[in-house]
Design a protein around this ligand. Structure first.
Ligand code: DER
Length: 232
């Protein structure tokens, strides 16, 4: 369908533009990145590229292994040349909401370790301000024993509603690759995201938020008309 085609456009364009021989590549998580990894494997095959890939989740690790790409990690490569990842929403200053797939913590770590952090998204993610398109809130990864006090703290200080993310094909809450819970903060009004992000991260028991502020260097949007829009 159109959104899948748009994801493929963005994934292919980003890999065509940003991957070079001998690169250490951070591989994101979610559905859009699958197209980027397809193209990455194709280029490695066709151009005999020598690269290594650092995953941002069990899912990304599976993708890397399934495509026969060389797997590495931050112990061997604490500095990456480029990280490519999806997003749930992108605002006009390239602030991202990520974590729809529950992988935000390792994604943010890998993105921070990369010299270039490149985002790929279909047109549905393109937004003027956060919350306009994405209605599921900002994911917050938390230490399980603290999820209730953290829920109360966030709602008291910042309003909106905080919901513990429950499994669909698993009874009980979603457990992340790091063994933690995810809270989805359905915020009401526009906030100073930098201030709110810092405040939430300081709450004891918060591991990471899905707010990626000042991190994305460039976003590739696959559009309905088959074009790709690049925003720096
Ligand atoms: O969960 C995540 O952070 C994913 O990267 C998400 O932001 C994008 O997932 P999608 O490509 O399936 O929309």
């Amino acid at each position: 369908d159109m959104a899948e085609e748009a994801k493929k456009l963005a994934g292919y364009a980003a890999v065509n533009d940003h991957i070079k021989n001998n690169y250490v590549v951070g591989v994101g998580s979610g559905s859009t990145i699958v197209y980027a990894v397809d193209r990455l494997a194709e280029r490695v095959q066709q151009e005999k590229l020598k690269i290594v890939c650092v995953p941002t989740s069990f899912q990304a690790r599976q993708l890397i292994l399934q495509h026969g790409l060389p797997l590495s990690d931050l112990d061997r490569h604490p500095e990456l040349d480029v990280a490519i990842d999806g997003a749930d929403e992108v605002d006009s200053s390239l602030t991202l909401i990520k974590g729809g797939g529950g992988c935000l913590t390792q994604e943010k770590i890998v993105a921070e370790c990369a010299r270039h952090f490149i985002v790929i998204a279909d047109y549905r993610k393109d937004s003027k301000c956060l919350g306009q398109q994405w209605k599921k809130g900002i994911p917050v990864e938390v230490i399980p024993m603290a999820y209730v006090p953290i829920t109360r703290d966030i709602t008291r200080r910042f309003g909106g509603e905080v919901v513990l993310r429950m499994g669909v094909n698993k009874a009980g809450p979603v457990v992340t690759d790091n063994g933690n819970f995810i809270l989805d903060w359905k915020f009401e009004n526009v906030h100073n995201w930098k201030e709110v992000n810092t405040a939430i991260k300081m709450i004891p028991g918060v591991v990471e938020t899905g707010l990626f502020i000042g991190m994305a260097e460039r976003v590739y949007f696959g559009m309905q008309d088959g074009t790709v829009q690049i925003r720096d």
